[in-house]
Design a protein around this ligand. Structure first.
Ligand SMILES: Nc1ncnc2c1ncn2[C@@H]1O[C@H](COP(=O)(O)OP(=O)(O)OP(=O)(O)O)[C@@H](O)[C@H]1O
Length: 208
């Protein structure tokens, strides 16, 4: 479960008073709103990448705004999967090794079967041994999604996860995110402009 209370953040003169959020395990929330209204900022606060000026972000009973340094890093690695707007990967190792590294970094044992299962579900299994740089943008986006799902996060955050995807892959990826969050009993929050997602989420908020 993730919730926020009275979350306030400012970049000097730009101020945000975010609405309170509550997403229980196995459920999903879609956050939309016009450009510049703070969607990515909110996602970074939820993921512990930015620190709120005030308010709290509760993930599994821990207020992450109170965590610092290696405690925050460790909590994030063990509990939170983040899919960024720009694909993140290590260019010098193969697609499948990128996924295995995600488990290694979190101190988990190698999960080759899990890696191949995700690549299969995302339709990029035939690229497993290629370097990520040869993938198309949409395939790189799917690799980022697989990477975020590798360690069965308790809380999954995605920033525009479908922006580079065609209709077929948009539906496939969103259904996978929803299914994985239900299956792992994780809370999922997606930030997106993508109108195609509107009908796929029951719980939605619009930042004004
Ligand atoms: N590091 C920063 N320093 C100063 N201002 C910032 C910083 N990051 C974002 N902003 C500003 O904060 C506001 C919100 O940005 P944010 O990226 O959160 O919006 P968004 O709703 O995600 O926008 P978009 O839909 O265009 O991605 C914008 O006006 C942006 O210019």
């Amino acid at each position: 479960m993730i919730f926020t209370k009275n979350l306030y953040f400012s970049y000097n003169d730009i101020k945000f008073d975010f609405p309170d959020i509550h997403v229980s395990n196995g459920n999903a929330l879609l956050i939309t709103g016009p450009s510049g209204k703070g969607k990515t900022t909110l996602l970074h606060l939820l993921g512990g990448l930015l620190k709120a000026d005030s308010g709290l972000v509760g993930v599994r009973g821990t207020d992450i705004t109170a965590l610092k340094g290696k405690h925050l890093d460790q909590f994030r690695r063990n509990n939170i999967g983040i899919i960024f707007q720009q694909a993140h990967y290590i260019a010098s190792v193969s697609v499948v090794d990128n996924l295995l590294l995600a488990s290694n970094i979190a101190g988990k044992k190698q999960q080759r079967e899990r890696a191949m299962q995700l690549l299969n579900l995302l339709g990029i299994a035939e690229k497993a041994k290629k370097k990520p740089g040869v993938l198309s943008l949409g395939q790189q986006q799917r690799l980022s999604i697989a990477r975020a799902l590798m360690n069965y996060p308790n809380f999954l955050l995605a920033d525009e996860p479908t922006s580079s995807l065609d209709d077929n892959n948009c539906l496939k990826v969103t259904e996978l995110l929803l299914a994985e969050s239900r299956h792992s009993n994780a809370a999922l929050i997606v930030v997106s402009h993508d109108q195609r997602l509107q009908s796929l989420f029951n719980q939605k908020i619009v930042l004004q």
